[in-house]
Ligand binder design. Structure first.
Ligand code: HEC
Length: 313
């Protein structure tokens, strides 16, 4: 009886060890079969860290890159024109520029003349009108920034079945969003010799995927693993062709380089702002809170000393 009990506990102990070991081996095998990306390029973003803030000019340039290049395929769904004029946004005004009617409050995004002008450059759908029809009109600050497609099906149909995701949330939706998107945009490479690619596939060592599936048969053994001396290329293939090239966007400031690297940094800054427009307020609240707690700690410490100093030993 006793023996049986010990045997039983031995078995369960073995299961306890064996199951996690099997899981670990299985996941280890999955990693070994490819699916790795290159380590992301690490950029020094001035918006990171507890005191980090967005750079207004970079945000403006980033919006320009988004609008000129990315907006033909990607929406920034949650964003309205007026957000561009919010405190900390790309086009916030502390005071009115010359020529604006007296009494206008340009700090208000809906009255901000830059925001109004940008909105008016877009055409939005409104309605229905009295006869029940939808109609087009010029954009207003209160409108959402319109995306390129009416719905997901249309977006997929235009992109060979792939869906260009909403860029307003992409920085939150991916690990290390800013470094990842920067690496992706600047990291396209020619396809490695060991793989065959379809006409709508673009190789990028930072995109998640498993390149084993695309390797030429001569580089694989019977089990479908790469032969000795051949490595599975890092990264994967995506349906987005490299969207940026040197010189595609004209910057007004001649001192700022018109390069893929600069465009990528600027658009990453803009999209990070789009995913968290209130970051600066959150951080300054954090700093105020820390200061408050520090002062409170000091007060408590000194009152403790004062109170106990009166106690006789
Ligand atoms: C010609 C259309 C097109 C343009 C222009 C374009 N993209 Fe894309 N993008 C796509 C498509 C399609 C996908 C989905 C790719 C896939 O899943 O295979 C995508 C995917 C992405 C992704 C997601 C990658 C992931 O991890 O899933 C990011 C980020 C991105 N694009 C950023 C940009 C930025 C920034 C720009 C502008 C500089 C831009 N794109 C311009 C079509 C486009």
């Amino acid at each position: 009886m006793r023996e049986q009990a010990t045997m039983k506990s031995k078995t369960s102990l073995r299961t306890l060890i064996a199951v996690p070991a099997a899981i670990a081996m299985a996941t280890g095998a999955a990693v070994a079969a490819g699916g790795k990306t290159l380590e992301y390029k690490h950029n020094h973003w001035h918006f990171s860290g507890p005191f980090g803030a967005y750079d207004e000019e970079a945000l403006q340039r980033g919006f320009q890159v988004y609008r000129t290049v990315c907006a033909s395929c990607h929406a920034v769904e949650q964003l309205s024109f007026r957000n561009l004029g919010d405190v900390g946004g790309p086009f916030h005004l502390a005071e009115c520029p010359a020529g604006v009617a007296e009494g206008t409050d340009c700090t208000k995004p809906s009255d901000n003349p830059v925001v109004k002008a940008i909105a008016a450059e877009y055409e939005v759908t409104d309605g229905p009108d009295d006869s029940g029809d939808m109609f087009k009109r010029k954009g207003l600050p209160s409108d959402r920034i319109p995306g390129p497609y009416a719905n997901e099906q249309q977006a997929r149909a235009a992109n060979g079945g792939a869906y260009p995701p909403n860029l307003a949330l992409i920085m939150k939706a991916r690990h290390h969003g800013p470094d990842y998107v920067y690496s992706l945009l600047t990291g396209y490479e020619a396809a490695p010799e060991t793989v065959v690619m379809g006409p709508t596939q673009h190789y990028n060592p930072y995109f998640a995927g498993d390149m084993t599936t695309l390797m030429k048969p001569e580089f694989l053994n019977e089990e479908g693993h790469p032969i000795e001396g051949v490595e599975v290329p890092p990264g994967g293939v995506l349906a987005m062709a490299p969207p940026l090239s040197d010189g595609v966007v004209d910057y007004a400031d001649e001192l700022v380089p018109e390069t893929v690297d600069q465009y990528a940094k600027d658009v990453v800054e803009f999209l990070t702002w789009a995913s968290e427009p209130k970051m600066e307020q959150r951080k300054s609240l954090g700093v105020v809170t820390m200061g408050y707690l520090l002062i409170l700690t000091l007060i408590l410490f000194f009152s403790y000393r004062t109170i106990w100093s009166k106690v006789e030993h």
